[in-house]
Design a protein around this ligand. Structure first.
Ligand code: BDR
Ligand code: CA
Length: 327
């Protein structure tokens, strides 16, 4: 039987690849997609998601628009941490490059599909409470929607099979010296989700960086010949272009972070190293949003599993297999 999942996305280039992979995989039953702020405003992440779902011929999958800002973070001054990410990235002709364009390439045209009449937080509470079978959640943006839902209705944790979070990092960070973007955007929500009582599997930067895709991989993906594969390959190439210009040097690959979370639900063997761990989130200060692993922990205190490595070849093969399917 297909695994019943709900995606929570801030689409977003790598989110789009994750959504397309999930919707093309016969082993997943995508019950709904919730949207959240993060890579872009929630209006844009929702619009990108609606267009993608429609383009993939899956307009029957409901999309619920979620939160537009963090639970707590912007309610009081916290002191600015320089994320070192403010400078513009331009190509040789002076054109500004982005890692998440407001409208993703391939999704330029509006569609008729609209978001559902209730918001994502209300959806989580109502839908999960009504379930007799547990559901797997795959949040790959800031955890605001789930943080809010679990605050209103902690009992919904009992209806969750597991929560597979793309976020955090042990030895690596991206948006600040010690934090990954999804968790830094809403640390309180992330802490609520981590401590909710449902099983948590982290897909952090350590794992996603270990299976980054290069231009040759994009060509292999595109060669499968479908719209979805070409779409994903184009987004990946745009990310490589952005990252090679912004990081400099000879960087020639990009991590499709969110798609690894989806692939881990389809077949966990794509993760080649997963540790039992005890994690809390740093809520403020210089390390705001850091996923802190307590290495002193004795086994009965483990509160999650934390992936540290993935197989590049298996990840690419899975993307080719699912995105290469015609329906
Ligand atoms: C995560 O942050 C977002 O920018 C990406 O979509 C991904 O979910 C990587 O740090
Ligand atoms: Ca994301």
């Amino acid at each position: 039987m297909a695994t019943r999942v709900i995606l929570d996305v801030d689409t977003g280039s790598d989110d789009a690849v994750a959504v397309a992979t999930a919707l093309r995989c016969p082993d997943l039953d995508v019950l709904a997609i919730c949207t959240v702020w993060g890579n872009l405003d929630v209006e844009d992440t929702t619009e990108n998601t609606l267009r993608l779902v429609d383009k993939l011929g899956r307009a029957e999958v409901p999309v619920y628009k979620g939160c537009g800002t963090a639970m707590v973070k912007y309610l009081y001054p916290r002191g600015a941490v320089d994320t070192g990410r403010s400078s513009k990235v331009v190509d040789e002709n002076g054109n500004e490059l982005h890692i998440h364009y407001k409208r993703l390439s391939g999704l330029e045209n509006p569609v008729e599909k609209k978001e559902e009449p209730i918001d994502a937080v209300t959806f989580y509470v109502q839908f999960l409470r009504a379930q007799t079978e547990k559901v797997t959640l795959i949040p790959v943006g800031p955890l605001t929607n789930l943080g809010e839902a679990l605050s209103i209705a902690p009992d919904i944790a009992d209806k969750i099979e597991k929560i597979v979070i793309m976020g955090g990092g042990d030895k690596v960070a991206n948006i600040s010296p010690s934090a990954e973007a999804n968790i830094w955007h809403d640390p309180e929500a992330a802490e609520i989700v981590q401590q909710c009582g449902a099983p948590v599997l982290w897909i952090p930067l350590d794992a996603t960086l270990s299976c980054a895709l290069n231009r040759k991989d994009c060509a292999e993906l595109r060669a499968t010949g479908t719209w979805a594969a070409d779409f994903a390959a184009t987004l990946c190439e745009e990310r490589i272009e952005f990252e090679s210009k912004s990081v400099g040097g000879d960087k020639d690959n990009s991590s499709i972070h969110d798609a690894l979370a989806v692939c881990s639900v389809i077949d966990e063997s794509v993760l080649t190293e997963v540790e039992d761990a005890h994690v809390h989130i740093a809520l403020n200060g210089y390390n705001e949003g850091e996923t802190i692993i307590d290495r002193r922990c004795i086994p009965d205190k483990f509160n999650c599993r934390f992936a540290v490595k993935a197989s590049h070849d298996k990840f690419l093969a899975m993307l080719c297999e699912y995105l290469g399917r015609s329906e």
